[in-house]
Design a protein around this ligand. Structure first.
Ligand SMILES: [Ca+2]
Ligand SMILES: [Ca+2]
Length: 485
């Protein structure tokens, strides 16, 4: 099929026509934009432009948001690295692929046979594709996707700590919230961003797709000490309602990482944890800024599109929970920005306030590149809403966590239905923190029914090969957790 497409392309003398709802826009081969694709690991809405925390320091992302279109109500397909990234990169919703939980790296052998990833689509259709850091969960440097990549060994960081600085749970190297005292250059994200800067500084004879996978603020929350020092002395806690979890069904409650919350409370360490998270967000922002500055100073500044996203959000004590893995706002909401260097004036400081899913990234980038996408790819191109931020998307914003467990987010509502039929309903107009579950109130029956119509009608069975049992939720939890890992 690819060969046929290439033949047609050459017959058209290097002019293709773009579909995907933008009308017949011509994108000639030599005008194809470059794409800078910035993936962030575990960053919630504690950024300046999303306003999730009043003390956060993220000047580079805020500047990008000001210069482009920020999606201030954007959500992941699943609240965990593996299912979120699989959905975005293979272009398939978890309820269509069956990839609800986490998988071992071996899963990618079959997925690469079954689907065409976004970088592979671009690589096969005229783009030079480069990557560093974490893009997939568990797949790196596949030559079908990338013409060049930073080997994992070269991205490996080195960290030096000092006794008495920061907080750590026992000797747990993951539950570590400490500043580092060695050079920036030693850290993974610095190396990842430097690779991105080097690629931008190359002379390109073909359009490029550069995927930069920033790994902070993922645990452990450690980064250079000056990002800790830049924060105020007292770190504000997010709004937390005493007894918030009382109106949450059993399945929802089972998602929460209560042990961490208990530990941090016992150690009086929540403030340290949040400080370290904010420091790592600033560190991520600093490295993102290095890549964005290199782009601005390069000959590609006027013909490059930047797509920045995080794979899911994060709880820092809200609903007595830590980490991700829930269907609530803290875990589903993500930073998501599109900046088009060709449309500096037109898209400036635009905000899209309606709910939007990261599943749309695949079709959006393909649309920018003038590429046809495989038929199975979910989502829709966002190019139309960049031009008109009042426009409604045609597809709902769904987050899945385990077969049968779904949330749908609209501009004003979140509705959650678990596999056992239990529900939650939140009105974001009056309850942005999702404190008051309205699902049992008779006056909201019609609203629930309306929202439930958006939930998937047919759910793919969970793929069981290579599954990480710990992450299975929903309908299959009881049967799969009986199986040895
Ligand atoms: Ca993640
Ligand atoms: Ca509540």
């Amino acid at each position: 099929m690819k060969q046929v497409k290439h033949l047609i392309l050459s017959l058209l003398m290097s002019v293709t026509f773009v579909g995907c709802g933008t009308g017949l826009k011509k994108v000639s081969e030599n005008e194809k934009p470059n794409i800078l694709f910035i993936a962030i690991d575990d960053m919630n809405d504690w950024t300046g432009f999303l306003g999730g925390h009043p003390q956060t320091i993220t000047p580079n992302m805020d500047k990008l948001a000001e210069r482009g279109v920020s999606f201030i109500n954007a959500h992941c397909s699943a609240p965990g690295c593996s299912p979120s990234r699989n959905a975005l990169l293979y272009g398939v919703e978890p309820f269509k692929s069956g990839l609800y939980p986490f998988y071992g790296d071996e899963i990618h052998v079959q997925l690469m046979d079954r689907y065409t990833t976004l970088p592979r689509l671009l690589n096969e259709d005229g783009y030079n594709t480069y990557t560093a850091g974490k893009i997939h969960h568990g797949l790196r440097g596949d030559s079908r996707e990338w013409v060049d990549f930073l080997p994992k060994e070269e991205a490996k960081g080195k960290k030096e700590f000092k006794e008495g600085y920061g907080y750590q749970v026992g000797n747990d190297s993951k539950l570590s919230f400490r500043p580092t005292f060695n050079a920036d250059e030693d850290h993974t994200d610095y190396k990842v961003a430097s690779y991105g800067v080097d690629v931008i500084n190359k002379k390109h004879d073909k359009p490029f797709f550069l995927a930069v996978g920033i790994v902070k603020p993922h645990l452990p929350f450690d980064c250079p000490v000056r990002f800790f020092d830049a924060l105020p002395e007292h770190i504000e806690a997010p709004a937390i309602l005493e007894g918030d979890i009382k109106d949450i069904p059993v399945e929802g409650n089972s998602f929460r990482k209560v042990r961490d919350d208990r530990q941090f409370k016992k150690d009086k360490a929540w403030e340290d944890v949040r400080r370290a998270y904010l420091a790592c967000i600033s560190w991520a922002d600093f490295n993102i800024g290095r890549v964005l500055d290199a782009l601005e100073e390069s000959p590609y500044a006027d013909n490059t599109i930047v797509v920045l996203w995080s794979d899911h959000g994060y709880h820092l004590g809200e609903k007595m929970s830590f980490r991700k893995f829930t269907l609530w706002e803290e875990a589903t909401k993500v930073p998501f920005i599109i900046y088009d260097g060709r449309e500096k004036e037109q898209y400036k400081d635009r905000k899209y306030t309606k709910a939007v899913s990261l599943i749309n990234v695949y079709r959006t980038i393909a649309d920018f590149a003038g590429l046809e996408v495989p038929e199975y790819v979910d989502g829709e191109s966002l190019v139309t809403v960049l031009n008109n931020t009042q426009k409604e998307l045609t597809k709902p914003t769904i987050t899945s966590w385990g077969k049968g467990n779904f949330s749908v987010r609209t501009e004003d509502w979140r509705y959650i239905r678990y596999f056992d039929g239990t529900e939650e309903l939140y009105n974001h107009k009056s309850d942005d923190n999702e404190w008051h579950n309205l699902a049992d109130k008779p006056e909201y029956k019609a609203k629930k029914e309306e929202l439930a119509k958006s939930l998937p009608q047919n759910e793919a069975p969970t793929i069981k090969e290579f599954v990480n049992i710990w992450s299975v939720q929903g309908e299959d939890k009881a049967s799969l957790k009986g199986k040895s890992e």
